[in-house]
Design a protein around this ligand. Structure first.
Ligand code: ATP
Length: 957
């Protein structure tokens, strides 16, 4: 009848491996025909020689060494190492604690499996080497292979350290096998014989009270480390650097080990031997010399003392009882661990079995006198139940590690932080059926243990490694950011050190920018520009960007100069700043590239001044866009043009966004105030001031009572600004739209403060008459028909002191003739159209000129080859309309097209000059009274052509 053990499944995944090895028959056993155990690779079938009852056990692996040594199924030392040894080495190299312990009756082949024949490390017969020599050799092979040449990790230096210790647990005491005393004892040969039973009065083992030692050997205390677990205090840890060193130590320790003669084994191990190798791997970063990885694992290789039937009359009864006590506790520990790991139903089943077993165990443990055969627990174990503790309840059991020195020391290997293999050594002989059954039951039970193994990585090294990884990642990010910044700075002259609170001089800024610009990128940009320039000169045509031919250039010249009555030579001179090569031999008109590039820079600077973060974001977006376009067009196409256009587009979007914010309100106010400071007269006059008076007027403090005729609330300002921004957004589809940085230099002021409003209100009453005049339709200035484009701007917070004009002797505000109507007609040959407002740049001057209206539109000048688009703000100041370009790619050209321009300042004797005034078809001729006035006018014109010209116009009128 066959009986099977449970569970059937191997335990490979649970960090515990259980294997069985069956030794050969001894010569004394040869005569017996039958064998009690039959094995396959994963099972052992045990047959009761009397009843023929069979029981099948399943394990992770089974090794049958009982047959012919040359036979097919013979399991050699190498076979066991290849399976269990390699598994252990693999795990220990990965940083896990590992353990192999051999368990079985005396003379079953434990020492042979762990160390080799005769319990020695015989270097001459390597084939017979057991697991310990092979495992040690594997570690040193690994170290050698790793330290030879580390090509794959040139920045990492790996270091290894191996420390070994060898301890003996005898009579529930721990001894060091590597001390000089142990060596002496080994040399004297005393250890090779039985030390005798302390109770029997035989030689040797006597406890010395003072030294706490037996027979001159120090007994060592067991302690428990909170993290690494129990350890033997004072145990010699010897650092070794070669396999030979370990071999020598092992031989010395093995010789010092307590052995004795048993019925089964002439050189029976009467103690548990624990060989421990502490293997440390350290990886050091060569650049900083800090460890980035440190793994330390303990490899515990345990050769247990053999279980043996206690002979009541024998001399070793106490020794055997102690051995059995340790093994019995081991059984209980295994039982408890299995119980705790098993599901609830399984616990009950196992518990009921254990209850029966506990009685047998208790009898055995008490000296076995009550046992019918006086055997050890193993011997009474005809069933597996006899081996285990009484885990009758389904709750977690307390694992009795501390009940014996052996189990305490093996605590981490059994149910703790380790990967453990148990090798159960058995005999094939039928007369050892009971011991074999007992051993197999132990092994079967051990399969239920679940260990919690983890890699023993040094936490400090882990932190260092993580920080280094983070550092590498941050460095990468920083490099990317620096690259983006250097690209961005090619388009701006604005420092980015605001966050540092550093005030930089323009020279410092320029030098820093120069140092930040990537020379490769800069070269690429220049090359792109030159290539495009070459294309232009060579007459190639780019359909996408309508690049021009020399013939087109000539046409353009003619067109522009004839439209504007310009001297063609002078026109070229005005355009000369865009000569990329700077050699003065300009042969073509400004290209789209030039315009876009210049505009992109201006726009970027403008946006950057208002919102540095936004400008960076937009710039990044423009880079993406230009890259995309580069890909579509092919790399040979004009990089700079693409990039500049993309930048200009994005920046224009940004500008529209910013304009919708309160900053634009301030911008508009300042613009208006600038104009007003040049044109406006006294508030009481109700007429336009004599501009000549402005020079002598000093601004007064707010306390003197400055006010604005109409002070909009912040809400209305914002609404107006939003309206303007909407308009900007509508007209900003073309890339070549910009706001000159000079116009935006003062934009950083905030929206009107309460102080502004209070001061302005003081003047409200004084200027109420002007409000009335403005509300009158007949006197109202020409305004945009689009209400969205109409905006009233508060006055600047200052007043003008009444005084006498030095030029015309007029009294403040009184000398200006009212209704000095000046009608401006557009140039007859130019095809202008105000696209945004649909309004021509024609002004009907009002009678009372205190109103300020800002309108915004786009003026389009058609030519045969395309056209200029100029976005303008029309500032209407009483009788004057000043068109201020906010979108001119080339401010000078905008002046050419729309602004006032001095075209002749000669005639030094007559003090005359000609002036091209905005919107007038012919130049105006002016004559100053004297040289002083002439000089001053010219100065004014040079300072601000538009406003000064308007002043002069007003005077003349
Ligand atoms: N697989 C094997 N092949 C050949 N000989 C073996 C094998 N296993 C054991 N032996 C021999 O059997 C004898 C007893 O083996 P060993 O000393 O290893 O048993 P043990 O279990 O360590 O005994 P003890 O518990 O008493 O120390 C030795 O002479 C050993 O050489």
């Amino acid at each position: 009848m066959e009986q099977e053990s449970a569970p059937e499944t191997p335990t490979s995944g649970s960090n515990i491996r259980v294997a069985v090895r069956c030794r050969p028959f001894f010569p004394s056993e040869q005569g017996q025909h039958a064998r009690s155990v039959h094995m396959t690779k994963t099972s052992a079938n045990l047959i009761n020689p009397v009843t023929k009852q069979q029981r099948k056990f399943t394990f992770d692996s089974c090794y049958d060494s009982s047959g012919d040594i040359d036979g097919e199924g013979y399991a050699s030392q190498q076979d066991i190492y290849s399976d269990i040894g390699v598994w252990l080495v693999d795990n220990s190299l990965r940083g896990y604690n590992t353990c192999i312990f051999a368990y079985g009756q005396t003379g079953s082949g434990k020492t042979y499996t762990m160390l080799g024949p005769d319990g020695t490390w015989d270097s001459k017969h390597e084939d017979a080497h057991g697991l310990i020599p092979r495992i040690c050799a594997a570690h040193f092979d690994y170290i050698q292979s790793k330290t030879k040449r580390n090509i794959t990790e040139p920045t990492i230096e790996r270091k290894y350290s191996v420390m070994v210790s060898f301890a003996e647990l005898y009579m529930e005491q721990a001894y060091d096998l590597l001390t000089p005393e142990a060596a002496k004892r080994a040399n004297a040969g005393s250890a090779s014989t039985s030390p005798g039973d302390p109770t029997s009065g035989a030689a040797g083992w006597r406890r010395t009270a003072q030294s706490n030692s037996y027979n001159g050997r120090e007994t060592l205390r067991l302690r428990e480390h909170p993290l690494s677990g129990p350890f033997i205090e004072g145990l010699t840890q010897t650092e070794v650097s070669s396999l030979e060193e370990i071999q020598s130590l092992m031989e010395r320790g093995a010789s010092a080990r307590t052995t004795g003669v048993t019925k089964m084994n002439e050189q029976s191990s009467r103690s548990h031997a624990i060989f421990t190798m502490t293997f440390t791997q350290t990886a050091i970063a060569t650049d900083r010399g800090v460890p980035i990885e440190k793994k330390e694992c303990k490899v515990s290789l345990v050769d247990l003392a053999g279980s043996e039937r206690a002979d009541p009359g024998g001399s070793r009864i106490r020794e055997t009882a102690n051995i059995n006590k340790g093994l019995l506790t081991l059984g209980r520990v295994i039982s408890a661990l299995t119980q705790n790991a098993a599901p609830a139903g399984e616990k009950r089943r196992r518990g009921s079995v254990s209850r029966r077993g506990s009685e047998i165990r208790n009898r055995s443990n008490s000296g076995s006198k009550s046992s019918s055969r006086g055997t050890s627990p193993m011997k009474s174990g005809s069933t597996r139940a006899s081996l285990f503790d009484d885990g009758s309840n389904s709750k977690s059991e307390v694992v009795p590690y501390r009940e014996s020195v052996l189990t305490w020391l093996l605590k981490e290997s059994l149910g703790g932080n380790a990967k453990t293999a148990m090798i159960a050594a058995i005999s094939p002989a039928p007369q050892h059926f009971e011991e074999t059954m007992s051993t197999l039951c132990y092994a079967d039970q051990a399969r239920g243990i679940v260990n919690q193994a983890k890699v023993n990585d040094d936490p400090a090294a882990v932190v260092i490694r993580q920080l280094r990884e983070e550092l590498v990642s941050l460095k990468t990010q920083l490099r990317e950011a620096q690259w983006s910044l250097s690209r961005a700075l090619q388009f701006t002259e604005q420092p980015t050190s605001e966050s540092e609170g550093e005030v930089l001089s323009p020279g410092t800024i320029r030098s820093r920018q120069a140092s930040l610009v990537d020379p490769v990128e800069g070269r690429r940009s220049r090359e792109g520009m030159e290539m495009l320039s070459k294309q232009l000169r060579g007459g190639s045509v780019d359909e996408e960007f309508e690049l021009i031919t020399p013939r087109d250039n000539m046409d353009r010249h003619e067109s522009i100069t004839s439209d504007l009555y310009l001297d063609p030579e002078e026109f070229e001179t005005l355009s000369s700043p865009y000569d990329m090569r700077g050699n003065g031999s300009r042969k073509h008109t400004p290209s789209q590239l030039d315009m876009s590039d210049a505009e992109a820079k201006i726009l970027f600077q403008a946006v950057h001044e208002l919102d540095p973060q936004l400008s960076m974001r937009l710039f990044k977006a423009s880079l993406d866009r230009s890259n995309e376009m580069d890909e579509n067009l092919g790399q040979s196409k004009a990089y700079s043009l693409v990039a500049a256009n993309a930048t200009a587009e994005r920046m224009t979007e940004g500008m529209a966004t910013l304009l919708s914010k309160e900053k634009f309100t301030s911008f508009a106010r300042n613009e208006r105030a600038d104009e007003e400071s040049s044109y406006s007269g006294t508030p009481n006059s109700g007429s336009i001031d004599n501009p000549a008076c402005l020079a002598t007027r000093e601004p007064q403090a707010m306390e003197n009572g400055g006010s604005s005729p109409d002070i909009p609330s912040p809400d209305s300002l914002q609404a107006d600004a939003a309206a303007v921004a909407n308009s900007v957004a509508r007209t900003s589809k073309l890339p070549r739209l910009s706001i000159p940085s000079s116009s935006l230099a003062s934009v950083s002021t905030s929206i009107p403060t309460s102080r502004d409003v209070t001061a302005a209100n003081r003047r409200t009453s004084e200027l109420s008459n002007l409000d009335e005049a403005l509300s009158s339709p007949s006197s109202a200035p020409s305004r945009s028909t689009d209400p969205e484009l109409r905006m009233k701007v508060p006055r600047r917070k200052r007043t003008l002191t009444p005084s006498t004009c030095s030029s015309c002797n007029c009294q403040q505000g009184g000398s200006r003739a009212e209704g000095g109507a000046t009608s401006f007609a557009r140039a007859p040959t130019a095809e202008f159209s105000c696209q945004a407002g649909g309004e021509e740049p024609t002004v009907t001057p009002p009678r009372a000129a205190r109103s300020v209206t800002i309108m915004e539109g786009q003026l389009y000048k058609k030519t045969r080859w395309g056209g200029y688009r100029l976005r303008l703000i029309k500032v209407q100041l009483g009788v004057l309309t000043v068109w201020k370009s906010v979108g001119a790619a080339q401010p000078k050209l905008a002046v050419q097209l729309l602004g006032n321009r001095v075209i002749n300042t000669s005639s030094s004797s007559e003090y005359t000059f000609d002036l091209m005034v905005s919107g007038m078809s012919t130049p105006m001729h002016f004559k100053a009274q004297d040289q002083t006035q002439h000089t001053r006018w010219i100065e004014l014109l040079e300072q601000n052509q538009r406003s000064a010209a308007s002043d002069i116009v007003q005077q003349v009128c």
